[in-house]
Design a protein around this ligand. Structure first.
Ligand SMILES: Nc1ncnc2c1ncn2[C@@H]1O[C@H](COP(=O)(O)OP(=O)(O)OP(=O)(O)O)[C@@H](O)[C@H]1O
Ligand SMILES: [Mg+2]
Length: 311
């Protein structure tokens, strides 16, 4: 069958429009990505001291989609923070060494990126909130000074910095935002300090927020407010959140899926409801056993049987 010459111009126009669409996506997103927003594949990290090498993250893999909250739980020293810092190569280069593994952000491998490209990623695309807002904020500078610095460093496109600062503080629920810019960190409560840290992390509307025990230093009512804030931000901005915590109560209320770390490895993973209903690993069972319940009789805290976990 011969080609209908009358159709050709339309066909060319369609192909042209399609190519333009793809090209525009590549230009505006920097990469064509399918699959997860962020993925860690078989990551191995060690620390060196003299001739000794200790592997503290031993083949960790997980993935995060846009708008999803992944909780990473695990005992102290199990490698949660080291994994989080490795995501944008923030580990101290001298003692730390990435032995193997890959990290993909929107389909692009991160660990092999040059430093300049990584700087664009940090803060702008993948932002962090840490445990102790009191120590993360510099006590000798006002909130406004530190927020302005975060905006100027990571989001050069913002023209009206003052206006953006007020907008960010309002976004995280700080009232009388304009006057709060003049405050020093010690003039704010722990919960307000953490809100300021979250505002700084949100400065460039990152797609991924890594929250490393963001509520551990706060009392329970403020914990709840901060977690509600993070949940709202992921809902409204479609952010993916990696939430590092020891608290299975927080996991149960906020996370879509869980990865349980133990001695540098992921020993259990899955949707939150499934893990809560049928935890397989003794450490997961012990953590779930620690969730306080109203009306529950006081019992001894569960300890992990080392023989059962094989070490
Ligand atoms: N800069 C460092 N130098 C040497 N060892 C380190 C360093 N940072 C972390 N480690 C070691 O790496 C291991 C994992 O530490 P990591 O901070 O990831 O634990 P974590 O799971 O975040 O614990 P926590 O719940 O207490 O914060 C620990 O044994 C820790 O001592
Ligand atoms: Mg930690």
């Amino acid at each position: 069958m011969g080609e209908d010459p009358a159709r050709k111009p339309d066909y060319d126009a369609e192909v042209g429009a399609f190519c333009w669409f793809i090209w525009r996506e590549v230009l505006t997103t920097g990469a064509m990505s399918e699959g997860p927003l962020l993925a860690v594949e078989d990551l191995r990290v060690c620390f060196r001291s003299g001739s000794e090498e200790t592997e503290v993250v031993r083949g960790v893999s997980w993935s995060l989609d846009a708008g999803e909250i992944l909780a990473v739980v695990g005992e102290s020293g199990s490698g949660k923070s080291v994994t989080a810092l490795a995501l944008t190569r923030l580990l101290p280069p001298a003692p730390a060494c990435v032995l193997a593994g890959k990290i993909f952000y929107r389909g692009e491998e991160v660990l092999g990126l040059p430093e300049k490209a990584l700087r664009r990623l940090r803060g702008k695309e993948i932002a962090y909130v840490f445990q102790e807002p009191g120590t993360s904020l510099n006590p000798v500078y006002t909130v406004g000074f530190q927020l302005a610095e975060a905006i100027r460093r990571h989001c050069r496109a913002v023209r009206d910095v003052k206006n953006r600062m007020v907008e960010l503080l309002e976004e995280v629920g700080i009232h009388e935002a304009a006057s709060r810019l003049e405050s020093y960190p010690h003039e704010l409560s722990g919960g307000m300090q953490q809100r300021v840290m979250i505002a700084m992390a949100l400065a460039c509307e990152p797609r991924v927020l890594v929250a490393d025990e963001p509520t551990t230093a706060l009392d329970v009512t403020v914990q709840k407010q901060i977690m509600d804030l993070l949940a709202r931000l992921r809902r409204e901005h479609g952010m993916g959140i990696v939430l590092i915590t020891h608290n299975f109560g927080v996991v149960a209320n906020f996370a879509d899926k869980v990865a349980v770390m133990f001695r540098g490895e992921i020993v259990e993973r899955g949707p939150t409801a499934k893990i809560l209903a049928a935890p397989q690993h003794p450490y997961t069972r012990a953590l779930i056993g620690c969730i306080p319940r109203l009306g529950q009789r006081r019992e001894r805290l569960v300890s992990i049987d080392r023989a059962e976990v094989g070490r």
